[in-house]
Design a protein around this ligand. Structure first.
Ligand SMILES: [Zn+2]
Length: 279
């Protein structure tokens, strides 16, 4: 049992012993925060085995990152690695994750953020593997927190492909599904980055339930506009919200096509003929 569990695990529940909002803390506080968030990610099933990685900015040129090849629920503060913003190791007995390049890209493109979480939460990762973005106005909280969550194209882990794939989306979103891989979220501080991971997975679960129920009632464009106005009050600014994203009830209404029974039968007949001609 490591220090974190001795200090924070009681009666089957994890308690946040050290993490609080804010990016200005001592290095020791930051090390403990990464352990706490790693424990939360593992406890919630967002990672298996040694999956996932967490990092934060210590200052303008140093990054504190979780180590590679370690369960994220088993880390101790001394396991963390410090690199410079180019990824060169400055201190630590372990090595940083091969996905550190993705973190460094996000820090470079988003000077406003100070912490990043990467994990493979199963439902959101299922959407990523299906290539389906979480971009429908189904829940008011998701619109306020994230606007929408796009899918970045696939990139091989451990190569520059991974960073290249997310690059076009980093400026305009705070959470990204990585095709056939997982999720990355980031924020002003580590607690915010983790909450965005939790919000993404929670929304994916709700979206999946609506798929199972066979019905989705989307918020209207007017409702979304009011939520966008509320985003400013909550201090959520980065996510891009456009006329078509998130998708509102009007967007789906515009796509709806009404056919008579006869027109439908003609279309089905034509499809069958085309299929026969191909065989
Ligand atoms: Zn990963």
């Amino acid at each position: 049992m490591n220090w974190l569990w001795e200090e924070s695990y009681s009666g089957g529940h994890m308690y946040p012993v050290s993490i609080s909002p804010g990016a200005l803390k001592s290095e020791e506080d930051h090390r403990r925060d990464i352990c706490t968030v790693g424990g939360w990610m593992h406890e919630r099933g967002y990672v298996a085995s040694t999956d996932g990685n967490i990092s934060l900015r210590l200052d303008s040129w140093r990054i504190l990152a979780s180590p590679t090849c370690m369960g994220k629920g088993m880390m101790s503060p001394d396991d963390m690695v410090i690199t410079d913003v180019e990824g060169r190791k400055l201190s630590g007995g372990r090595n940083p994750s091969s996905e550190l390049a993705m973190h460094l890209l996000i820090y470079r493109l988003r000077p406003d953020i100070n912490a990043i979480c990467h994990a493979h939460p199963p439902v959101a990762t299922g959407y990523a593997a299906a290539g389906i973005p979480l971009n429908k106005a189904l829940l008011c909280e998701l619109v306020i927190a994230l606007g929408s969550v796009p899918v970045a194209r696939y990139g091989t882990p451990g190569t520059s492909e991974l960073a290249d794939a997310i690059e076009p989306l980093v400026q305009s979103h705070d959470a990204i599904l990585m095709a056939n891989h997982g999720v990355v979220t980031y924020g002003l501080d580590l607690l915010t980055a983790f909450f965005r991971m939790e919000t993404t997975e929670h929304f994916a679960r709700v979206a999946l339930v609506t798929e199972l129920l066979g019905k989705q009632v989307l918020l209207s464009g007017g409702d979304v506009e009011k939520l966008i106005a509320a985003r400013a009050r909550y201090g959520n600014g980065a996510a891009t919200v456009t006329k078509d994203c998130p998708i509102t009830s009007e967007s789906t209404e515009a796509e709806r096509v009404t056919l008579t029974r006869h027109q439908l039968e003609v279309l089905i007949d034509e499809a069958i003929q085309k299929d026969r001609a191909r065989r």
